[in-house]
Design a protein around this ligand. Structure first.
Ligand code: NAD
Length: 259
């Protein structure tokens, strides 16, 4: 078990990638706080992952709300006995041409992805600095590296996470805190399922064409990235032993983007 005696807080853990990471971390021996806007779904995820309830703590947390992040992080630290790993993963997607993007939606996107990353990072760092350090992992995207049409705030926010991770790597180093970014390609989760009909409508093509001509067009093998692929990268970053691996980003995308 690669995460024995570790405590993790995963945001957006009630669904998709966050839920899979929470599950993988529990399998690897960690205690995990599953933080999500949707408490009922977080409770259900925790029950499914850990029926005995010994290794999980479902938490209601809107990552854009300073008080909720502070209170939820404090509760995780107190209940689970510390905090060694933060996975800042909560995210949403809103697609629209930039010229039609409502300002309120732009701000909502940046708030969930960037304010959420900042607030959870600050809470985690304040604890980690006095307790031997830790690993902070951001859920970036291939859109941290390149752009697609209709996704102006998503691409902007995901690029921004690279800057945040690099800054945390610098400021955290002397306290044993590492920060890295996982950049997945398309993974079939509710966030992506919702986009397929939306993009088909915007571009006037079929849903199959959205998958083949947009989502998987530039992969080496026309495959979706899986939840398990992303969870494995999250275990790798969390369990790495030294600061040789900090301030980095890892593409997990079937070669959609290469560097
Ligand atoms: P998902 O919709 O399955 O899960 C997202 C979770 O985040 C949900 O449980 C939702 O309730 C929660 N959430 C949303 N807003 C929140 C908030 N303000 N506070 C707390 N929780 C909130 O989506 P997913 O595909 O698993 O996405 C997870 C992350 O992975 C996102 O950051 C997304 O941008 C990123 N990502 C996804 C893909 C993909 O193809 N699915 C690819 C690259 C990156």
């Amino acid at each position: 078990m690669r995460l024995r005696n570790k405590v993790a807080l995963v945001t957006g853990a009630a669904s998709g990638i966050g839920r899979e990471i929470a599950s993988a971390y529990v399998r690897e021996g960690a205690k995990v706080a599953l933080a999500d806007l949707d408490l009922d779904a977080a409770l259900a995820a925790a029950r499914a992952i850990d029926p005995a309830g010994a290794q999980t703590l479902p938490l209601a947390m809107d990552v854009t709300d300073e008080e909720q992040v502070e209170a939820g992080s404090a509760r995780a630290i107190q209940t689970l006995g510390g905090l060694d790993i933060l996975v800042s993963n909560a995210g949403i997607q809103i697609v629209s041409p930039l010229v039609d993007f409502p300002f309120a939606q732009w701000k909502k996107m940046l708030a969930v992805h960037l304010d959420g990353a900042f607030l959870t990072t600050r809470a985690a760092m304040r604890h980690m600095m006095g307790h031997g350090g830790g690993s902070i992992i951001y859920m970036g995207s291939v859109h941290s590296k390149l752009a697609s049409k209709l996704k102006a705030p998503y691409v902007t926010a995901k690029h921004g996470l690279l800057g945040l991770a690099r800054t945390v790597a610098r400021e955290g180093a002397e306290h044993g805190i590492r920060a890295n970014v996982i950049c997945p390609g398309f993974v079939m989760t509710p966030l992506v399922e919702k986009q397929i009909p939306e993009q088909a409508r915007e571009f006037g093509i079929s849903e199959q064409e959205v998958i083949e001509k947009i989502m998987l067009k530039d992969t080496v093998d026309q495959q979706f990235t899986t939840l398990a692929d992303v969870a494995e990268a999250a275990i790798f970053f969390a369990s790495f032993q030294s600061a040789a691996l900090t301030g980095q980003s890892l593409l997990v995308s079937h070669g959609w983007a290469m560097e």
